[in-house]
Design a protein around this ligand. Structure first.
Ligand code: BTN
Length: 259
């Protein structure tokens, strides 16, 4: 077994987590790990099951966007059965876990752009997608999907070149996807156990946000407006003070920073 190659064995070996990554399903190439994780959740796979791919051919992002995962990067989805009250914290958990793993492995210091893009030097190095089957009073399952640009060369992808970066691009050296995955799963495990014990991830997430106090353009539900990002709520929502003085709170949407 090549020690530095992504596989179910290298990921799960010596991981030391209690829940996340106790079962790892590795696929060399898939359309999207989200679809496989959903099938696993529907057949009630063990909580914390990780579906990870060497590459994705039909990766998807928020707001119906495509997500590129060529080889050498990370695309994974984690199956969870959280309580209803934990659901709003899952995007905080995922972004904080990614921040922790990037710091652990590279020493770089990422920031979070609301709600859950992880940035290095103002460019996106990770995207997070949370999908689930959540009813008014029950959660059947939630899937956290995480894509990290580890060794992606932005110059090779003109469609994202202006806004994307990667760990190797910022660190100036190749970075081991295996090291990042192991650290990421350990961080997720720790934060998920904290959450289940009633801890709040809100303050740590809020303090990592690059968005607050900035001029922003918000696109939410076909509505676009400008303002200053004023605050975030414990439910993950963002409140923006518009130029006419009114405040608007959005729970889902896209934000562009205008410095
Ligand atoms: C975004 O920034 O829009 C979210 C991107 C989420 C990408 C990840 S990669 C693993 C998982 N599989 C997918 O198809 N999407 C998520």
């Amino acid at each position: 077994m090549n020690e530095d190659v992504l596989s179910a064995g290298t990921i799960a070996g010596g991981l030391g987590t209690r829940l996340i990554g106790q079962q790892v399903l590795y696929y060399p190439s898939v359309a999207s790990t989200m679809d496989i994780a959903r099938e696993e959740a529907l057949r009630r796979a063990t909580e914390g099951t990780v579906v990870i791919a060497g590459e994705q051919t039909g990766g998807r992002g928020r707001l119906q966007r495509a997500w590129l995962t060529p080889k050498g990067n990370i695309a994974l989805s984690v199956v969870l059965y959280p309580s209803l009250s934990a659901v709003p914290s899952l995007i905080m958990l995922a972004s904080l876990a990614v921040v922790g793993s990037i710091r652990n492995v590279t020493g770089l210091d990422p920031r979070i752009k609301w709600p859950n893009d992880v940035l290095l030097n103002g460019r996106k190095t990770c995207g997070i997608l949370v999908e689930g089957d959540v009813r008014s009073d029950t959660v059947n399952h939630a899937i956290i999907g995480i894509g990290v640009n580890v060794n992606l060369r932005p110059d090779d992808f003109p469609e994202i070149q202006a806004t994307a970066t990667s760990l190797s691009h910022e660190a100036g050296r190749p970075v081991s996807p295996l090291a990042v995955v192991k650290s990421l799963l350990a961080e997720m495990d720790r934060l998920y156990l904290d959450l289940n014990r009633g801890a709040s991830l809100y303050e740590e997430w809020r303090d990592r946000l690059v968005t607050l106090g900035q001029k922003v353009r918000v696109t939410a539900r076909n509505l676009t407006f400008d303002g200053i990002a004023e605050s975030v709520g414990k439910d993950g929502s963002l409140t923006v003070r518009r130029t006419d003085g009114s405040a608007v709170t959005v729970v889902a949407g896209d934000v562009t920073l205008h410095g």
